[in-house]
Design a binder for this molecule. Structure first.
Ligand SMILES: Cc1ncc(COP(=O)(O)O)c(C=O)c1O
Length: 391
């Protein structure tokens, strides 16, 4: 793998800010990839497709393209409050440019230099990178195979002993797809309230669960000190709208996040705000989630039928997300492996190193099923060749 590529996706960017490995890896390759299996959401919808889901675009054509509401329109914040079944008031919702901006605001409004924080890994690593940048003392709590569930009792022990400022969890987790049960969330929330710890949950994959529906941290919290971030990029297939949000039980935290947003993006796009308000009606939500589940189930079935014969990789059971998390038993250097795959076939996967987990790989299962089948069979061929040459 070329040294300049390695340097551009690993190491430090500014001060203690690490380079955001996954986003850089994708930015450098995804536009030239023939089959992009590095994504974590489902194939995006066209604006026109929304008509068939009952969204009236004529009304949207009439919209004046001003700045709009800096924390998001009342209508959209009410719809988001409904997603949390009223456990978060519309006033405590800040609409952001994707959940990526919501995560930035969550970090900046809860943690200061020198604070100790606990961070869930393996992880997408946005929050971990930002926390390092601002000088927090970051302690990683590692999930373990084969089920990769959040080690809740270790988290509770840590809260008891260390009293961290905040605990950051990605639930459902990216890249493992594991998510917490309502009982686990309740237990964590109860203990966090005893020690005055803020729980910050990145819930952007909420709605992609294939089994029991996930509950939000907002529904079980015993104190107002929680933040949930989420958005329309994953289960809804609308990442191009760049609509995310931060929802908190605390007026102070939500107000602080809104005030920091003044420095970052001022307001969400008014066009996206209006479309999002229409998308977040119960019928459209249900139909889009079904679409996502159908695409993922079809691709997962293909994946399971194609790998049952070989020992190319081990597939972990995955409960949510539009991705599969796999172990490569024959090499630890999955960054080099991912690069070789890309060089040989222009198929792009996401290397485990970008999630803090060498020897693993994330394979997107949200692309169009016709393309997935072809892409996967090519990927398996290439992996076979690379495995044989690695011996
Ligand atoms: C865990 C997690 N959080 C946040 C994001 C950012 O998503 P968006 O800004 O599109 O909502 C991603 C994107 O992959 C993610 O995986």
């Amino acid at each position: 793998m070329p040294r300049d590529l390695l340097n551009s996706i690993t190491g430090k960017l500014i001060g203690d800010l690490p380079i955001f490995c996954l986003e850089r890896w994708q930015s450098l390759h995804e536009t030239r990839a023939r089959v992009n299996l590095s994504e974590s959401g489902v194939h995006p919808l066209r604006l026109r497709d929304l008509i068939s889901y009952g969204v009236d675009l004529e009304e949207i054509f009439e919209l004046e393209l001003g700045y709009g509401w800096t924390k998001g329109s009342q209508e959209l914040r009410e719809a988001i409050s409904e997603l949390y079944r009223g456990f978060v008031e519309p006033e405590n919702v800040v609409v952001t440019s994707g959940s990526a901006e919501a995560n930035l605001l969550a970090v900046l409004s809860t943690v200061s230099q020198g604070d100790t924080v606990l961070v869930d890994t393996p992880n997408y690593m946005q929050v971990a990178g930002l926390l390092q940048w601002i000088g927090a003392k970051v302690v990683y709590l590692r999930r373990k195979p084969p089920n990769w569930s959040f080690p809740i009792h270790e988290a509770i022990e840590f809260m008891k002993k260390v009293r961290p400022k905040a605990v950051f969890v990605t639930d459902p987790n990216n890249p493992t797809g594991s998510y917490m049960s309502k009982r686990e969330l309740e237990e964590l929330a109860l203990e966090a309230s005893k020690y005055d710890v803020t729980l910050v949950f990145d819930e952007v994959y909420w709605g992609t669960e294939r089994g029991e529906p996930k509950h939000s941290i907002a529904e079980v919290s015993h104190s107002e000190r929680f933040i949930s971030t989420s958005g329309l990029s994953k289960a809804y297939g609308l990442p191009g709208l760049r609509i995310g949000w931060l929802a908190s039980g605390s007026k102070t935290l939500a107000y602080r996040a809104w005030s920091i947003k003044d420095y970052v993006s001022i307001s969400p796009s008014i066009l996206s705000d209006r479309i999002a308000s229409r998308v977040l009606s119960p019928n459209v939500i249900a139909a889009l989630k079904k679409r996502a589940r159908d695409i993922v189930s079809e691709n997962l079935n293909v994946l399971m039928s194609m790998i049952s014969k070989g020992d190319i990789f081990t597939l972990y059971p995955n409960a949510a997300g539009a991705f599969a998390w796999v172990k490569i038993p024959w090499t630890k250097d999955t960054l080099k492996l991912s690069y070789s795959i890309y060089e040989m076939s222009k198929i792009l996967v996401a290397p485990g190193e970008c999630f803090g987990s060498e020897g693993h790989m994330r394979i997107g299962v949200g692309i169009k099923p016709e393309l997935f089948k072809l892409g996967l069979s090519e990927l398996l061929e290439v992996l076979k060749i690379l495995k044989d040459t690695a011996k």
